[in-house]
Design a protein around this ligand. Structure first.
Ligand code: F6P
Length: 539
C-alpha cells in the first residue's frame, strides 16, 4: 500500500489547529505552568534511559489533542506500518525504506519483493565483525607486514556525515586506531589528511553507495596515486576496501571483490550508517560497541512502532515541530547538545532533515502551498551560549530548540558536570520565563537601560535528558530524529527519501569543469560567464 496522499491543510484537525492557534498564540508559558501544576508531568515522557520534557512549549492540552488528531487524519499509523513492512514508500525512486531492517534482530522477517532481507543483513554484519576484529587485533596487516594504525573513510554526504559524527561522538569508547574522514573535493582536504599517513599502516575505506560520486572517486584516486608511490598495484587489495551497491565499479577501481561490503538500494544514503557504511565506526570503537549502537536504534524503532502517539517520543517531537513551523511560521530549529562529544550532531542532522524534507511538491505531484522542511542548526552548549544564544533570547525570531543532555558524564568529573548541567537547566528556564520589567527594576537598573534588559521569555524548548552517552543511547537518539523526519514527511505529504534537488548543481558542475580546459560551449547567464572567465584567467 502506498503512503496516504492527504493534503494536511484539508484535514479537520488542521482546521481546528488554525482556529485554536488564534486563541493560544499570545499565551505565555509562564502562566500555563501557574495554571496547571501538573503541566510538567503531563508533558514528560519517560522511556528507558530517556527523560523527554516537552512541557516548555507554547501549547495546551487542547493543542496536543488536535496535533494527535492530525496524526490520525493523515493516517500516520498506516504509514509507519508501510515503512517497516518494506513497502516501496520511496515511490519516486521505486524503493523501500528500510534502514530499520539493518538494526532488526536476526529473528525478524522483512520482505522486499517477496524475499526476507534479514539473513543477508546479518551475513554482512558478520563480515563487518570478522573484518573489524582482524584489523583491531592486528591479524590483518599492510603490504609490509605491519598492523594497521590508521583508518581513512573516503565518502561524502550520507557516506561520511553519519560515520564521522558517530566516531567523534563515541571517542570515549575508541580503540588505538586513528580514524580520519576525507569528503570534500577540495584537494586541500585530502592532502592535509595524507600528510598524516603512512601508506604501510593505513587502511582506506571507500564508501559510496553509487560509486559514481565525483568527490569520493576523486579523493579515492588521489589517495590511490599517493599510495602507489610507495606500494605496488597488488598491494591495493590489502589496503583498500569498499562499501557500495555498485560492485562492478568498485572492482574496476582495483578493489578485491572479497573486500567489498555490499549495501542495498533500500538504504537511503543519509540513513546508511547502520549498514556497512558504518564500517569505520566498527573499526574505531570495536564491533561490540557498533552492535550496541544498532541495538539502541532498534529499541527506538520498537518504541516508535508500538507506543501510543501521545507517549511516542519521535511522534510528539514531530508534531511540536509542525506546530511551530506551520502555525507560528518558525523558520528554523536549533539542536543544542550539552556534550562536546556531540559536536557534529547538528551538522549530521542537517543532511537527514533538510535533504529529506526540503521538498515543495506533494505526494500527488502538486505544488505545495504550506511550509515544509525546517532549517536545522546548532552547536554544543555551553559554547553556543557565548555565540548565538543572544539571538534566541532577545532576537525577533522564534527559534524552538531541542536541548540534549546527559545526567552522567563519561569521565566522571562531577564539578564540570554540575556546572554543565546547571547551564543546561538554566537556559531552558530562562528561555521560558524571561525577565520582567519589575525584575529589571528591582536589580537597580538605570531607567534608560531598562528596556534592553527585559527578556520576553516564552521561547519554546524540548529537553531530552539521557542517562549517559553510550553507543546504545546514541543509537536511540539518532533513530529518534530519523523517525521525527519520517513523521513530518508523512504529515507534509511529501516524499522524504529522494533528493533530486542535489542533482542540478552536480550536472552543471560537470559541464563547467569541461569548459576550464577548453572553449566555453554552454550558454551561461552573464554573471556566471564573467565568473568563469575570471577563474580561467586567474587559475
Ligand atoms: O547529496 C546527495 C547524495 O546522494 C546523498 O544522499 C548521499 O548520501 C551522497 O550523495 C553520497 O552518495 P554516494 O554514497 O552514492 O557516494
Amino acid at each position: 500500500m502506498a503512503l496516504p496522499t492527504t493534503n494536511p491543510t484539508t484535514t479537520n484537525a488542521w482546521e481546528k489547529l488554525k482556529e485554536h492557534f488564534n486563541e493560544v498564540k499570545s499565551l505565555h508559558m509562564k502562566d500555563l505552568f501557574v495554571e496547571d501544576q501538573e503541566r510538567a508531568n503531563k508533558f514528560t515522557i519517560k522511556w528507558d534511559d530517556f527523560y523527554v520534557d516537552f512541557s516548555k512549549n507554547r501549547f495546551t492540552e487542547e493543542t496536543f489533542k488536535y496535533l494527535l488528531e492530525l496524526a490520525d487524519d493523515v493516517k500516520l499509523k498506516q504509514a509507519i506500518q508501510s515503512q517497516f513492512s518494506g513497502e516501496k514508500i520511496n515511490q519516486t525512486e521505486g524503493r523501500a525504506v528500510l534502514h530499520s531492517a539493518l538494526r532488526a534482530p536476526e529473528s525478524a522477517i522483512v520482505d522486499v519483493d517477496g524475499v526476507n532481507i534479514i539473513p543477508e543483513v546479518h551475513s554482512v554484519k558478520r563480515k563487518i565483525e570478522a573484518f573489524t576484529n582482524q584489523v583491531v587485533n592486528g591479524e590483518r596487516k599492510g603490504y609490509t607486514g605491519k598492523p594497521f594504525t590508521h583508518v581513512v573513510n573516503i565518502g561524502i554526504g550520507g557516506s561520511d556525515l553519519g560515520p564521522a559524527m558517530v566516531v567523534d561522538a563515541l571517542q570515549f569508547y575508541k580503540n588505538h586506531l586513528t580514524t580520519y574522514f576525507v569528503s570534500n573535493v577540495d584537494g586541500d582536504h585530502v592532502n592535509e589528511v595524507i600528510k598524516k599517513l603512512n601508506p604501510e599502516t593505513t587502511l582506506f575505506v571507500v564508501v559510496s553507495k553509487t560509486f559514481t560520486t565525483q568527490e569520493t572517486l576523486s579523493n579515492a584516486n588521489t589517495i590511490k596515486d599517493w599510495f602507489l608511490q610507495s606500494a605496488n598495484q597488488k598491494d591495493i587489495a590489502k589496503h583498500f576496501v569498499a562499501v557500495s551497491t555498485n560492485l562492478e565499479a568498485v572492482q574496476s577501481f582495483g578493489i578485491d571483490p572479497n573486500n567489498i561490503f555490499p549495501m542495498w538500494d533500500w538504504v537511503g544514503g543519509r540513513f546508511s550508517l547502520w549498514s556497512a557504511v558504518g564500517l569505520s565506526i566498527s573499526l574505531s570503537v570495536g564491533y561490540d560497541n557498533y552492535a550496541n549502537l544498532l541495538l539502541g536504534a532498534n529499541k527506538m524503532d520498537e518504541h516508535f512502532k508500538n507506543e501510543d502517539f501521545s507517549n511516542n517520543i519521535p511522534v510528539v517531537l514531530a508534531l511540536i515541530s509542525i506546530w511551530y513551523n506551520n502555525f507560528f511560521n518558525a523558520e528554523s530549529e536549533a539542536v543544542i547538545p550539552y556534550s562536546q562529544y556531540l559536536n557534529q550532531f547538528a551538522t549530521y542532522l542537517q543532511q537527514g532533515i533538510m535533504e529529506s524534507n526540503g521538498k515543495s511538491v506533494d505526494r500527488n505531484g502538486k505544488p505545495i502551498n504550506y511550509q515544509t522542511g525546517t532549517l536545522i542548526w546548532g552547536e554544543p552548549g555551553t559554547n553556543s551560549q557565548h555565540a548565538f544564544f543572544q539571538l534566541i533570547h532577545q532576537g525577533t525570531k522564534l527559534i524552538p530548540a531541542d536541548f540534549i543532555g546527559f545526567t552522567k558524564s563519561l569521565h566522571g568529573n562531577q564539578d564540570h558536570q554540575d556546572k554543565l548541567i546547571s547551564n543546561f537547566l538554566a537556559q531552558t528556564e530562562a528561555l521560558l520565563n524571561g525577565k520582567t520589567k519589575a525584575q529589571v527594576i528591582e536589580e537597580g537598573t538605570k531607567e534608560a537601560i531598562i528596556p534592553f534588559k527585559i527578556f520576553e521569555g516564552n521561547k519554546p524548548t524540548n529537553t531530552i535528558f539521557i542517562e549517559k552517552l553510550t553507543p546504545e543511547s546514541l543509537g536511540k537518539l539518532i533513530a529518534m530524529y530519523e523517525h521525527k523526519i519520517f513523521v513530518q514527511g508523512v504529515i507534509w505529504n511529501i516524499y522524504s527519501y529522494d533528493q533530486f534537488g542535489v542533482e542540478l548543481g552536480k550536472q552543471l558542475a560537470s559541464k563547467i569543469l569541461k569548459e576550464f580546459g577548453g572553449d566555453v560551449t554552454n550558454a551561461h547567464d552573464a554573471s556566471t560567464s564573467n565568473l568563469l572567465a575570471h577563474y580561467k584567467s586567474n587559475r
